[in-house]
Design a protein around this ligand. Structure first.
Ligand code: AMP
Ligand code: GLY
Length: 420
């Protein structure tokens, strides 16, 4: 099989690595890829949000299946365009990708499916939104409706903070994403992510994970795209996962199919768990980053078979071979992230790290310049390891971190603290 993966972060490096573990893969191209991906696959420069360009490229390169990594091409309808061109695609249609691209849409689907989630209001003008905040009180959560690169959520501790957030959003702070606003009840509990492959109404869980969104140790400081993750998430017990499947995932997927927009691809189910009851925080229509890295290391070669079964609509015949292992990924970020940071700093020591089914240093934001690997993003590397216990996975992941010589980067030293 010839496979094309769209994206160029740590998640896509992990997807590429897992795909290559499977002997079914004859040729792999990743667009645009990065310096780490270039060491294992061919990279191509391509506008991945342009469905026509991707379809043409796929046909010219005799691609059999396209795996879409990030949400932007999905929301832009790239999967639809590829399916029209007769290609096999792993990733939902633009209509189904609204589960991530529009928060009010997701809330409406949850209402129709009676899926447990935070109480909410949906507003198109600031005054009505502020009235609602005043009747509800704080803490309260203000969200830009559209895609805002993970930045459109404000947890307001006071009604004044909420009103300011409302003004910012309607004032254009998040561009078009903030033209509509969703205001939600603040939920308490422990967060975890549940990953489910979906092909119409068939749902196949493929793992759980927990990430660390805050930049600082002890989960303090600014929000980031994720500073590390581990899998499985102990808080998401089999019983709670079953509840999430029965009460949230299946009913919403049935509702999507009923509305003529069946889901196909991986569904990232962000849950808040309190007193044994899961409630939906958000859906994403892709693997998490960095959660995808730990899932891929655990699934290995079977990831490709599962994604293919999902894309071909035969998920009902697929099954996951579970291992009782643990994985952890630690993000190496550029000093200053998530604020401004220096670019093109040189990273050394990568060539001496172990690379096998228990250790992988995935690249998230790197390029090659004059024969050296340089950092080009905020989140730059993902030290990812697997072990029989979480402690073993943790020790291996931090050993990878310590093998890297990059004074301009930092890590959190406490990834996994809740579970260890
Ligand atoms: P979202 O983009 O919707 O996932 O929100 C980003 C983060 O904000 C989530 O991962 C939660 O940590 C937090 N969050 C979002 N909505 C709520 C809520 N209703 N109650 C508490 N925390 C929330
Ligand atoms: N790590 C959070 C996300 O991928 O959305």
């Amino acid at each position: 099989m010839n496979i094309l993966i769209l994206g160029g972060g740590g998640r896509e490096h992990a997807l590429a690595w897992a795909t290559l573990q499977n002997p079914k893969c004859d040729k792999l191209i990743v667009a645009p890829g990065n310096a780490g991906i270039a060491q294992i696959a061919e990279c191509a420069s391509l506008d991945i949000n342009d469905g026509g360009a991707v379809a043409e490229f796929a046909q010219e390169n005799a691609i059999d299946m396209v795996i879409v990594g990030p949400e932007a091409p999905l929301a832009a309808g790239v999967a639809d365009r590829l399916r029209e061109a007769g290609l096999l695609v792993f990733g939902p249609s633009a209509a189904a990708a609204r589960l991530e691209a529009s928060k009010s849409f997701t809330k409406e689907i949850c209402d129709a499916a009676q899926a447990p989630t935070a109480a909410y209001g949906h507003f198109t003008d600031a005054e009505a939104a502020k009235d609602y905040v005043r009747t509800q009180g704080a803490p309260i959560v203000v969200k830009a409706d559209g895609l805002a690169a993970g930045k459109g959520v404000i947890i307001a501790q006071t009604t004044q903070e909420a009103e300011e957030a409302i003004d910012d959003m309607f004032g254009g702070a998040f561009g078009g994403a903030g033209a509509e606003v969703v205001i939600e009840e603040f939920m308490t509990g422990e967060e975890a992510s549940f990953f489910v492959l979906v092909d119409r109404e068939t749902c196949l869980p493929i793992g759980t994970a927990q990430d660390h969104k805050r930049v600082g140790e002890g989960d303090t400081g600014l929000n980031t795209g994720g500073m590390g993750a581990y899998s499985p998430a102990p808080v998401l017990s089999d019983e709670i996962a079953q509840k999430a499947l029965d009460e949230i995932v299946r009913p919403t997927m049935t509702e999507m199919a009923k509305r003529g927009m069946p889901y196909q691809g991986v569904l990232y189910v962000g849950l808040m768990i309190e007193n044994g009851a899961p409630r939906l925080v958000e859906y994403n229509v892709r693997f998490g980053d960095p959660e995808g890295q730990v899932l891929m290391l655990r699934l290995g070669a079977q990831a490709l078979d599962l994604m293919q079964a999902c894309a071909e609509g035969r998920l009902d015949q697929a099954q996951v071979n579970w291992a009782s292992d643990h994985a952890m990924t630690v993000v190496l970020a550029a000093n200053g992230y998530p604020g401004s940071y220096e670019k093109d700093t040189v990273i050394k020591g990568l060539g001496d790290l172990p690379e096998d089914s228990h250790h992988m240093m995935f690249h998230a934001g790197t390029s090659e310049k004059d024969g050296q690997i340089v950092a080009t993003g905020g989140r730059v590397l993902n030290a990812t390891a697997r072990g029989a216990t979480l402690q073993e996975a943790r020790d291996r992941a931090y050993a990878l971190v310590d093998g890297v010589d990059w004074p301009e980067g930092f890590v959190r030293r406490d990834i996994g603290w809740r579970a260890l």
